[in-house]
Design a protein around this ligand. Structure first.
Ligand SMILES: Nc1ncnc2c1ncn2[C@@H]1O[C@H](CSCC[C@H]([NH3+])C(=O)O)[C@@H](O)[C@H]1O
Length: 349
């Protein structure tokens, strides 16, 4: 390599390493902004909001709020715009709107889950998991004493935090699915959402395709507290045992929680639940593409894969080749992968 190339790499490394050193600062600041409701207040203000008014509205200490805002403006979460010759104010951006508590595109609940002590603790035992002689139990269990689903059952507050987080992703991903490949639902008269949680995804699907009869299927204690809705039936059970019958089975962010063998078991149960001739399985998951280095959404897939290692027993994100393997082993001979505007793709088998 040329000398200048080495120097450039050194210079880059000098900056990059500090981003790792203080990597946690970003999520901590954003969590702080969500808890204070900063994005909500600035959005409702309607024009660039001066620091003094923001501080009054939020009952914050102005100089510390200024430092938090300076960080977020630098990270392009908020914009700073002139109000008059002497003062500037803060305005919303597409990114700050994703931090509004109940905003249409809000990801705030996801950040609150990711930054919670229960969810953060497992990251500390990733190395113990990777070692050849490492732990046989997941980092989540090492940190919290129980595997994810047992812990969620025993801690309703945590379960709510989890449901709110997956629910906000579900809203965005289902929207992207409806826009990106509505034809997947053609001819589907009944749909079972396997591991549907509180039914967020299904309620949006049934609204977009009103001819579909929806069955929200999850563990009994989960559906017991899921909101009741006229057009959706809640069914409790275990997807490894049996899945309610429907024209199609929908699995969003389910199979990445399990290893290949477990996925094959779940998919075989799906096959039993759908009609042999026109039945289908619709899987909404990331499909990793290993040779796409500059793909930013692709890197999100890799971060998601690390999260699976931290939080589940044997879960992982899969490449197309790996999806092909589990689908074929489960008896699905044909499948298509539809990219949508999301981290996930829609796989129809
Ligand atoms: N054995 C099981 N049978 C049915 N559902 C399960 C089982 N184990 C875990 N789950 C559920 O699987 C879901 C995974 S999280 C994904 C939730 C939802 N599909 C979404 O994308 O937002 C959780 O709601 C779990 O309760």
């Amino acid at each position: 390599m040329e000398v200048s190339g080495i120097e450039e790499e050194e210079a880059r490394a000098e900056v990059d390493i500090w981003n790792y050193v203080f990597g946690y600062a970003k999520i901590a600041v954003v969590k702080c902004a969500i808890e204070l409701g900063i994005a909500d207040v600035i959005e409702n203000y309607g024009s660039p909001m001066p620091l003094s008014e923001l501080a009054t509205a939020l009952r914050c200490e102005p100089s510390r709020l200024h430092r938090i805002m300076r960080f977020m403006v630098h990270d392009r979460i908020f914009k700073q715009e002139p109000i008059n010759q002497h003062t500037v104010g803060f305005s919303s951006t597409p990114l700050s709107r994703r931090l509004i508590k109940d905003g249409e595109k809000s990801m705030a609940p996801f950040i609150l889950l990711e930054s919670s002590p229960t969810w953060l603790a497992p990251w500390h035992s990733l190395s113990a998991r990777v070692l050849e002689t490492g732990n046989n139990i997941s980092p989540f269990e090492v940190a919290n004493g129980k595997d994810l689903w047992s812990y969620a059952e025993a801690n309703p507050d945590f379960r709510e935090l989890f449901n709110n987080a997956t629910g906000c992703d579900a809203r965005l991903t289902v929207q992207a699915t409806i826009e990106g490949c509505p034809e997947v639902f053609d001819g589907v008269e009944s749909l079972v959402d396997v591991g549907g949680g509180n039914g967020t995804a299904l309620s949006l699907l049934v609204k977009a395709f009103p001819w579909i009869r929806g069955i929200n299927f999850d563990l009994p204690h989960v559906v017991a507290v899921a909101p009741k809705s006229g057009s959706i039936e809640n069914v409790g059970g275990d997807m490894f045992m049996s899945i309610p019958n429907a024209d199609a089975a929908f699995l969003m962010w389910i199979l990445h929680d399990w290893d290949d063998e477990e996925c094959i078991k779940i998919l075989k149960k799906c096959r039993e639940a759908i009609p042999e001739d026109k039945g289908k399985v619709i899987i909404v998951e990331a499909a990793l593409e290993e040779d796409k280095e500059d793909d930013e959404l692709g890197f999100v897939g890799l971060m998601l894969d690390m999260a699976m290692m931290a939080h589940t027993d044997k879960g992982k994100e899969r490449t197309l080749k790996e999806w092909s393997y589990v689908l074929r082993q489960s008896g699905f001979t044909r499948f298509t992968v539809n990219p949508i505007r999301a981290v996930q793709s829609v796989i129809e088998a």
